[in-house]
Design a protein around this ligand. Structure first.
Ligand code: PEP
Length: 248
């Protein structure tokens, strides 16, 4: 049975005090024995949120990391730094980081490898733009992102990775992909994972859908055979996140 995961991506929202208050508000609502719950929060919020969720089923996630252990990379944060404060997961290659911070499939690949080296679960994002969907090249785009992002991994390593399929046109826009569109691409992701790592490994890798997931559409999306949960932005900052987590 593949792991089911509902991860919140808080993006650049909440000061440390606000983050602790939000974690406190959500904490009693997150119990779920069918799915893992992850709070991916800004760097400065990690320690206060870790304190609040200690002893619960909620796992702590970061939104990025650097691909080196240490060194002259002003402003960056490394895997050992995250590990030491109790981070378990890390979002890698979110489309916002690709668009605004020049992340490429090559840096994504280095970051995935570094996360794995330190026992952090990478949540590796992929997704097509609206223009790519309209040009009919969605599947090609996703296949390239998966192949390049996971280049050089063994099947054992690949099984530790979580993939988040997030069509860029659906992120923060309120335009959710239909269940059929989301399932089609998630199935294609599993297909390319099978080609790369074998079908047994591909069956074990959790694939999340992200893009305007809310309390009204989560249950339908999570029922699809190749969708193993969600990466949730806006709605993860609200009490509505409870209903999304409880869609399992
Ligand atoms: C995201 O940040 O990964 C995301 C999917 O955002 P939203 O749910 O707000 O579309």
């Amino acid at each position: 049975m593949r792991k089911k995961i509902v991860a919140g991506n808080w993006k650049m929202n909440k000061t440390p005090a606000e983050a602790a208050a939000l974690a406190q508000l959500l904490k009693p609502k997150m119990e779920n024995d069918k799915a893992e719950v992850v709070f991916c929060v800004p760097y400065v919020d990690l320690i206060p949120v870790a304190e609040v969720i200690k002893g619960t089923n909620i796992r702590l996630g970061a939104e990025n990391l650097h691909f080196e252990d240490k060194g002259a990379y002003t402003g960056e944060i490394s895997a050992p730094m995250l590990k030491e404060i109790g981070v378990e997961c890390v979002v890698i290659g979110h489309s916002e980081r690709r668009e605004y911070f020049a992340e490429t499939d090559e840096t994504v690949n280095k970051k995935v490898k570094k996360a794995l080296e330190y026992g952090l679960t990478p949540i590796m994002c992929c997704g097509e733009s609206l223009a790519e969907r309209e040009d009919g090249i969605t599947i090609e785009k996703i296949r390239i992102q998966i192949k390049k992002g996971m280049k050089g991994l063994t099947a054992e390593q690949a099984k530790q990775v979580v993939i988040a399929y997030e069509p860029i046109w659906a992120i923060g826009t309120g335009k959710v992909a239909t269940t059929e569109q989301a399932q089609e691409v998630c199935a294609a992701v599993r297909g390319v994972l099978g080609e790369l790592f074998g079908s047994d490994a591909a069956q074990e890798i959790s694939i999340l859908y992200g893009g305007s997931v809310n309390a009204g559409n989560a249950a339908q999306l999570f029922k699809m055979p190749d969708i193993d949960g969600g990466l949730v932005g806006g709605a993860s900052l609200k009490e509505e996140f409870e209903a999304i987590v409880k869609s399992y």
